[in-house]
Design a protein around this ligand. Structure first.
Ligand code: G3P
Ligand code: CA
Length: 387
């Protein structure tokens, strides 16, 4: 749910690492010491509202430059100055471990198709009402998944990233939490993560409920508190409600297209759509169990029939009125992912005027944004903050 890649075609040419952002990220934060600062680092300090604004969130890591949901992609996001890393989208294995993949089907993001020993695991399943063919994490043990290696999801748009195919394994959530601590120590600065629970209703019906597993692992690592540097997100409001009873972390309800109906609503017979949830009454209800929303960018500024940005909606003001922060998704540098009026040239792989797009979205008052290229996001924020 919620991806934009499938509708895109073309190839990516430019893949510049914007030097200032990369160099600036690590150096400035070294040297933090003392008990109070150590405590702050451990617990995330002042919580969600202590984050820089607009907050730059590394979407699946720095997935514009590395195969998504690998420790290398997460690491690069930090090196580029991301304030938070989306580590990871979480799905379970057959033996109940949580691993970082965007969806249960792993044919598009791993080399599983090249493993003859797993050829018989290829299946067609109904995933939230959509017939899906491939290999599914719930049919593999963690030990089996660890024999696979990550590959680039959208090689047509990001051919340079295929250089790294086969290099990194699928991380577990436990490994991410340890990595977070190591990175926090190494950088002298609290590292934040933003895991998403994927398809919670689907997995609960398979006997692999996600929320209890996530809560248990967070509790084990002492990261289930209000000020813990871990924000949890889901497209299913009932999953966030369930989490609200299990942990004290900041919680965010993701919102896809206005006419979509969250899958848990479909299963429980709740007739509401996203359009209902973004009304003041829907937002008030969300604010009773969550601290934020993660809307698609189109809910912030709709596009016209030609794909050009139009006039912002009142969603930012309406959400802020009930105390919710907004972290929309997803800004990407490449032309096919940008509003039509910010594309440059015709190359599907070329970068468009993404700084212009950032300026338009930041002007609406959003609190942060998910991006595949955190270095660009950090520079865009500098432009915005410095006027
Ligand atoms: O979680 C924010 C954003 O990542 C939602 O979209 O589909 O990329 O998980 P998706
Ligand atoms: Ca996500």
């Amino acid at each position: 749910m919620g991806t934009q890649e499938n509708e895109q075609t073309g190839v990516t040419g430019r893949r510049m690492l914007l030097g200032a952002a990369v160099l600036g990220a690590g150096g400035a934060v070294l040297g933090l010491s003392g008990t109070a600062r150590a405590g702050e680092a451990r617990h995330g300090g002042g919580g969600l509202r202590s984050l820089p604004k607009p907050t730059i969130i590394g979407h699946r890591g720095a997935s514009g430059y590395r195969p998504e949901h690998t420790l290398a992609a997460y690491q690069l996001a930090l090196d580029m100055g991301a304030d938070i890393v989306e580590a990871g989208d979480l799905v379970p294995t057959k033996d109940g471990h949580l691993v970082c993949r965007h969806e249960p089907e792993i044919g598009g993001t791993t080399d599983v198709a090249d493993h003859p020993e797993f050829a018989g695991r290829k299946k067609t399943k109904l995933l939230d009402g959509v017939s899906t063919t491939g290999w599914f994490t719930e049919d593999f043990t963690l030990a089996e998944l660890k024999t696979l290696r990550a590959i680039e999801r959208i090689p047509a748009n990001r051919p340079h990233n295929t250089l790294y195919n086969g290099r990194w394994e699928i991380p577990t959530f436990e490994e991410v939490l340890k990595w977070q601590d190591e990175q926090t120590r190494r950088r002298g600065k609290q590292v934040w993560i933003y895991p998403e629970l994927k398809h919670p209703t689907y997995f609960r019906k398979l006997g692999l409920g996600l929320e209890e597993r996530v809560a248990k692992v967070l509790h084990k690592h002492g990261k289930d508190r209000r000020n813990s540097p871990v924000i949890l997100q889901s497209f299913e409001p009932t999953s966030i409600q369930r989490l609200n009873k299990l942990v004290d972390n900041p919680l965010v309800v993701l919102l896809s297209a206005a006419n979509d109906r969250p899958w848990d609503f479909v299963e429980t017979g709740d007739p509401r759509t996203v359009a209902d949830l973004v009304k003041p009454s829907g937002l008030r209800e969300i604010a009773s169990y969550a601290q934020g929303i993660g809307p698609t960018l189109d809910l912030i500024i709709p596009k016209d029939a030609k794909g050009n940005l139009t006039t912002p909606t009142t969603l930012v003001a309406d959400a802020h009125k009930v105390g919710l922060v907004l972290h929309p998704w997803t800004l990407r540098n490449e032309n096919p992912f940008l509003p039509a009026n910010f594309r440059k040239g015709t190359g599907a792989d070329a970068y468009g005027d993404v700084f212009g797009a950032y300026k338009a979205y930041f002007a609406t008052g959003i609190d942060g944004v998910f991006t595949d290229q955190p270095d660009t996001g950090v520079l865009a924020r500098e432009d915005f903050v410095n006027g």
